[in-house]
Design a protein around this ligand. Structure first.
Ligand code: KG4
Ligand code: ZN
Length: 381
């Protein structure tokens, strides 16, 4: 089945052509991210205007580079939510027009479900073993899910405030680093040669900075009895259990803000020193990685997962990948993340792949007549 994928939920205008949910014939992305550097975050109206100008050239480029005629496509899959309303409109309106005039089936796709399916791109389906626990973490969402062989997806936990990528972006801004914050923080940590705080044996190596807090969302009596930076090792060793797979990153972000303000006041508001920035960036990354990887480990253990997957923009983070890989090895399960960085961040190949799996599960649901509307707050997978 040949599917055209269309994605415009945030600041990427993307169109792709994918066969049978895995063979990527074209994956074209026009990003307005550079325009958001000056503001340190996305301005919805700026992103919306860029989509309007970019969607048709991106579509033309995808069809050209795939070497397929529009008439050869079986369906159009489009992100209809969740996302920024003013951004979603461009993709959904374009996909509706293409489906109507081309007499194609239209498949509305949940953006988060698509991130989960990014792991199927360029991989043979027979490789996968179920159940799978997937953490999909990006700027707008932070979900831990269980994927079963029949394709159903069960939400195990989500963020109660900021998503991990959002926390990376906000902390980067506090530290005077560029947008998007994830890659900027990762680069500073790598280039500073500050030892990575999450080491194979989870010992802390930088004595000149106290660890940042981790919100495990544990019962208060347990949370008070152990320093939060040591809770992960107790949990992974099975010394106590944690059934709460939700996340919270606003506390760690506030603590970074407090330390930055304290340091600025101490230095009479001169620029933060590179060493201070590197230390805090390193400790912040360690704190987020510790929580994400440990909750994945615990969920995989509890639900007898045979695979652990990372997806979404934050899955590009090498410290996170290294930590999850260690835990997966410890559990004896397969660890995967998307085969290309461009499949971790927003793209349309994952939308086409998700469209394929949705259609395969319920082909009658999708017709040439049922068009999509935008669903900015969509929660249903
Ligand atoms: O999936 P994505 O492209 O867009 C959304 O759906 O939000 O994810 C973008 C997010 C940004 O918050 C960015 O800072 C984060 O993913 N990100 C990273 C890395 N690369 C991108 N976070 C941590 N480490 C990275 N290497
Ligand atoms: Zn995304």
């Amino acid at each position: 089945m040949l599917i055209l994928g269309v994605e415009t939920s945030c600041d990427e205008t993307a169109v792709a052509v994918v066969r049978d949910g895995r063979d990527v014939l074209a994956n074209v992305i026009a990003s307005s991210a550079a325009l958001h550097v000056a503001t340190g975050g996305i301005v919805p109206e700026v992103a919306a205007r860029e989509h309007v100008g970019a969607i048709v050239p991106t579509l033309a480029e995808a069809l050209r580079s795939a070497g397929v005629q529009f008439s050869a496509l079986d369906a159009v899959a489009v992100t209809h939510g969740p996302g920024l309303a003013s951004s979603l409109i461009s993709g959904v309106a374009t996909a509706n027009a293409l489906a109507t005039f081309g007499q194609k089936k239209l498949i509305g796709v949940n953006h988060i479900y698509a991130h989960i399916r990014a792991n199927w791109l360029e991989r043979a389906e027979c490789e996968f073993q179920y159940p799978i626990v997937t953490l999909t973490a990006s700027g707008g969402h932070n979900d831990l899910v269980l994927v079963k062989e029949n394709g159903s997806v069960k939400l195990l936990g989500e963020t109660t405030d900021d998503a991990a990528g959002e926390a990376f972006d906000k902390v980067a801004r506090l530290l005077g680093l560029a947008y998007p914050g994830g890659p900027a923080i990762e680069r500073v940590v790598r280039e500073s040669r500050v030892p990575h705080l999450v080491t194979p044996n989870m010992k802390y190596q930088t004595p000149n900075i106290s660890p940042l807090p981790r919100a495990w969302l544990l019962e208060k009596s347990i949370a008070r009895s152990i320093p939060s930076e040591r809770v992960g090792e107790f949990l992974r060793a099975g010394k106590f259990t944690l059934d709460n797979f939700d996340f919270s990153f606003s506390g760690v972000k506030s603590e970074v803000r407090r330390r930055v303000e304290h340091e600025s006041a101490k230095n009479k508001h001169r620029k933060l020193s590179p060493e201070f920035v590197a230390n805090l960036a390193s400790e912040f990354q360690a704190s987020v990685v510790d929580i994400l990887a440990t909750k994945l480990f615990l969920a995989a253990q509890k639900f007898h997962a045979r695979e652990i997957h990372l997806a979404g923009g934050v899955s590009a983070n090498t410290a996170l990948r290294a930590c999850v890989e260690r835990y997966a090895t410890r559990l004896g399960v397969t660890f995967r993340y998307p085969v290309k960085i461009s499949y971790c961040t927003d793209n349309a190949a994952m939308i086409a792949s998700a469209g394929y799996f949705l259609h395969r599960r319920n082909p009658k649901k999708y017709t040439t007549k049922k068009l999509s509307n935008i669903e900015p707050g969509l929660t249903e997978f």
